[in-house]
Design a protein around this ligand. Structure first.
Ligand code: BG6
Ligand code: MG
Length: 220
């Protein structure tokens, strides 16, 4: 039986994936580096610096000649773009079906955790007013390795006091599904079935997420 559900934030609870894309796009344009939706897929779930490295690796010299300070400035600049874009996010931007799912979990007595790689996650959770639905919010700076490593999902399970095999993870990114699977959990993917093919159960949109359907598919 399922004993806990651990959620990603960006692209699962709210469509901030599009704001991350726009914020990176602004920086990439300034640096004259090609950047499109397809490339952005690889950045989903990946932390800020690792994302920047992937973008810079497109440059002929592999971007290796940049100082750490320069890279930190670019990462900060992306984050400033992002923070401007999310300034007005409120509960109207919670994705369809998510609040129903949260209510069903509460009713079933299933605790929920948040395992977001974003250092802006707590701000967004507050703006979206979904704080009361989470028993645990993992601080991404407290884990050694970002997704696709399992660390953040394992930390969430540990803080919830639930063994991995009784946990379900919900993700919209390939790196996230890999993290859930490496953590030994049941992976629910939201989005494109080809991109998320390693997931145990996939829905195309958040509106199709239902606790009862997940429970029916769950193998733990
Ligand atoms: C993840 C997003 O949730 O958080 C990534 O999918 C993002 O796109 C990462 O890079 C880190 O976010 P932040 O807000 O700390 O730069
Ligand atoms: Mg995501």
């Amino acid at each position: 039986e399922i004993q806990a559900i651990i959620f990603d934030l960006d692209g699962v609870i709210t469509d901030t994936a599009k704001y991350h894309y726009e914020a990176w796009k602004q920086l990439a344009d300034e640096l004259n580096i090609p950047f499109d939706w397809k490339f952005n897929e690889q950045l989903k779930g990946i932390d800020r610096m690792a994302s920047l490295e992937k973008i810079l690796s497109q440059l002929p010299d592999e971007g290796k000649s940049f100082t750490l300070e320069q890279k930190q400035d670019w990462a900060t600049s992306k984050n400033m773009n992002y923070q401007l874009l999310i300034e007005k996010v409120d509960e109207s931007e919670i994705l369809p079906g998510i609040l129903d799912l949260f209510h069903d979990l509460k009713q079933a007595g299933i605790p929920a955790g948040l395992a977001s790689a974003s250092r802006n996650a707590r701000t967004l959770v507050r703006q979206l007013k979904v704080e009361p639905f989470f028993d645990v919010i993992v601080d991404p700076t407290s884990v050694a390795q970002g997704k696709p490593a399992p660390d953040i999902f394992l930390k969430a399970a540990e803080e919830l006091g639930v063994a991995s095999r009784y946990c379900v993870g919900v993700e919209d990114a390939e790196a996230g599904i890999q993290a859930i699977k490496s953590a030994g959990m049941f992976a629910v993917g939201v989005g494109d079935a080809d991109t998320l093919s390693d997931a145990d159960y996939i829905v195309a949109e958040t509106s199709q997420l239902s606790f009862y359907d997940i429970r029916r598919h769950f193998v733990g």
